[in-house]
Design a binder for this molecule. Structure first.
Ligand code: GLA
Length: 388
C-alpha cells in the first residue's frame, strides 16, 4: 500500500512538474545579455543604466524585453546552501534589481550552470537545483540561461530536465535557455525541456575568426544552422548565440548582415552591445521593426539556405499568410551583381517586393530583380501577397 502511494505521488508530480511553461516564448525571446560586452565586469549600476537605455533608445518599443545578467554575479554559498550574490557588484541584491527592471516594464534574467561551477568558476547549480529555482522565483526572475561547464559525467538531458522540473515546481513562469553549445545535439531532445538551446560554441566579436576552444565569428555560426530549421518552432528555438551587433569587431555593414540573418533564422535576439553608448547606426539596426517582424513572425519558421554559390547565398523564410522573406548575402570580398529570376527560385509572379533596409517597395516578382550586393552585406526583402 505504501509502495503504491509513493508510486502515485511520484506519478502525479511527474505529470504536474515535468513540463516547461509553454506560453512564455511563442516567438523568439528578445532582450539584452551582459556577456558579449562586459563579461565579468558587470555590476548593478551598469545593469540599471542598460535597462534605462533599453527604454529611451526605443528598443523596448521595438520588442526587446529581457535584461539578463550572465556569469559572475555569484560568489559562494552560505552554510545552508543559499547562493551568495557578490556584495561589491550587486550591493542592493537581486530582488531590488528585479523590481527596478520590472518598474521599467521589462523582464529580468539571470545565469547559472548545470555543473558544479559556472564557466568562470563561480558556484554552479548541481545539487542545488530546487533551492536555486526557489530563490530565482523569490527574486522574481523571468529568464534563466543555464550553462554546461564543469558537468563531469552528467547526462545533459537529465541535467536540463532536472532544472526544468525545479523551475516548474518553484511556480513562476521562467524562460529556460539551454546553453550546452550544441555538444549533444539538443535540438533532438530539448524541445520539451527548454524554450531555446544554443547550437554552437560562443559567438566572437569578429567577422570570421575562430578560436581553438570553439568560439567563432557569426558567418561561421550561420553555416552550422542550415539543416536545423526543422527543429525550431513556437516555444522551442535554435539559439545561434547572442548578438555582436554594434560591437567593435564588426563594421556597420557586417552588423547589419548579422542582424538580418539572425532574423532569417528566427533566432532569439539578445543584444550584446552597450546600449548606453550605441551609435545611431547601431540603434537603427537593432530597432528596424520590419526586419524584427521577420524574426518574430507568428508562423515561427526558421529560415534556410536555398542557394549556395560560395561567396553568394540566398536564404528563405516562410512567413504567415503566404509571405516570404528573402535574404541575399555576399560573404566575399568584392561587390556582386545579380539578376534574380524569381521563377528559378520557385516564387510566383504575384508578390509585391519590399526592401526592408531601404524601407521601400521596389516592384513585383513578375519582373526579374537586378541588384548589387557589396562585400559582407545583405539585401533583405519581404515578398508579400497583400498590396504593400
Ligand atoms: C559560456 C557561454 C557564454 C557565457 C560564458 C560565461 O562560454 O557559452 O555564452 O555565458 O560561458 O562564462
Amino acid at each position: 500500500m505504501k509502495k503504491l502511494l509513493t508510486f502515485c505521488l511520484i506519478f502525479i508530480s511527474t505529470i504536474l512538474f515535468s513540463q516547461k511553461y509553454a506560453e512564455v516564448a511563442l516567438t523568439p525571446p528578445m532582450g539584452w545579455n551582459s556577456w558579449n560586452k562586459f563579461a565579468c565586469n558587470i555590476n548593478e549600476t551598469i545593469v540599471k543604466e542598460v535597462a534605462d537605455a533599453m527604454v529611451t533608445s526605443g528598443m523596448k518599443d521595438a520588442g526587446y524585453e529581457y535584461i539578463v545578467i550572465d556569469d559572475c554575479w555569484q560568489i559562494d554559498r552560505d552554510s545552508i546552501g543559499n547562493i551568495i550574490i557578490d556584495p561589491d557588484r550587486f550591493p542592493s541584491g537581486m530582488k531590488s534589481l528585479a523590481d527596478y527592471i520590472h518598474s521599467k516594464g521589462l523582464k529580468f534574467g539571470i545565469y547559472s550552470d548545470a555543473g558544479i561551477k559556472t564557466c568562470q568558476g563561480r558556484p554552479g547549480s548541481r545539487g542545488y537545483e530546487f533551492q536555486d529555482a526557489r530563490t530565482y522565483a523569490a527574486w522574481e526572475v523571468d529568464y534563466l540561461k543555464y550553462d554546461w561547464c564543469y558537468h563531469g559525467k552528467q547526462n545533459p538531458e537529465a541535467s536540463y530536465s532536472l532544472m526544468r522540473d525545479a523551475l516548474a515546481l518553484a511556480g513562476r513562469p521562467i524562460v529556460f535557455s539551454i546553453c550546452e553549445w550544441g555538444s549533444n545535439k539538443p535540438w533532438l531532445w530539448a524541445k520539451d525541456i527548454g524554450h531555446l538551446w544554443r547550437t554552437t560554441e560562443d559567438i566572437l566579436n569578429c567577422w570570421d575568426c575562430k578560436e581553438d576552444w570553439g568560439g567563432m565569428g557569426w558567418p561561421l555560426i550561420l553555416d552550422k544552422q542550415d539543416g536545423l530549421e526543422k527543429y525550431a518552432g513556437p516555444g522551442h528555438w535554435n539559439d545561434p548565440d547572442m548578438l555582436e551587433v554594434g560591437n567593435s569587431g564588426l563594421t556597420f555593414i557586417e552588423s547589419k548582415a548579422h542582424f538580418s540573418l539572425w532574423c532569417m533564422l528566427a533566432a532569439p535576439l539578445m543584444a550584446g552591445n552597450d546600449l548606453r553608448n550605441m551609435s545611431e547606426e547601431t540603434r537603427d539596426i537593432l530597432t528596424n521593426k520590419e526586419v524584427i517582424a521577420i524574426d518574430q513572425d507568428a508562423l515561427g519558421k526558421q529560415g534556410f539556405k536555398i542557394i549556395d554559390e560560395g561567396d553568394f547565398e540566398i536564404w528563405k523564410k516562410p512567413l504567415i499568410n503566404g509571405d516570404i522573406a528573402i535574404c541575399l548575402f555576399n560573404r566575399g570580398k568584392k561587390t556582386i551583381e545579380k539578376e534574380i529570376i524569381w521563377d528559378e527560385l520557385n516564387i510566383s509572379k504575384n508578390f509585391e517586393i519590399r526592401d526592408l533596409w531601404m524601407k521601400k517597395n521596389i516592384g513585383k516578382t513578375n519582373n526579374n530583380f537586378k541588384t548589387e550586393i557589396v562585400s559582407h552585406s545583405v539585401v533583405m526583402l519581404r515578398l508579400s501577397l497583400k498590396k504593400l
